[in-house]
Design a protein. Sequence first.
Length: 184
Amino acid sequence: MSDQIRLSNTSHVVLGLIDVLGESTPYELKQAMEKSVENFWPVPHTTFYEEPARLARAGYLTERQEQGGRRRKRYALTGKGRGALQAWVASPEISPPQLRDEGVLKIFFGAELEPILRQRRDWHRAKLTELETYMAAVSKSGGPAGVLASLVAGTTYNRVLAEEYEKGLADLGLGDPPEARKPD
C-alpha cells in the first residue's frame, strides 16, 4: 500500500460521496454524483471509475468484492480516508472558479451568436427547473445543510445566467416575443 498519492478534487468527491452513502460500488457513486456534485463539479467518467481502486491501494478506502452475483467491488472509508476528507473540507484553500463552456469557445472563434445564446439560455432554464425540484425535495426532507446551500448556489447561478442570456438576446434584437417567454 502506497501512502504517497496526490489527492485530487476527484479523490475528495469519491471520499465525500462514500462518507454520505456508506459502502458503495463505483456505479452507485457515479449515479449519486450525477444527481448532486456533477451539477457544479463535472468529473470525467473514466477518471471517476478508476479513483476508488486508486484510493483503496493507498489506504483511504477498503475494497470488498461481493461473493455472489456480479461480484462487484464495494468501497468504504477508512480512518485515513475520513481524516483526509475532513482535512480537505476544513482547509480554507480553494482554487479559482473556472468557466469551461464550449459555446463561449466557439463564439471566440467566430461562431454565430444567436443559436448559442438561445441554446445556453434554454439549458440554464432547464437546469434551474431541475435544481429547484431537487431543492424542494431536500428542503421537505430536512436534508443536509451543505446540500441545500449548494442547491441555493446552483439555482442562483443558473437563474442569473438564464436571465443574462435572455438580456444578451434582447440586446441583439433577438429576444423571444413576450408571449413566447416562460412565466417566472
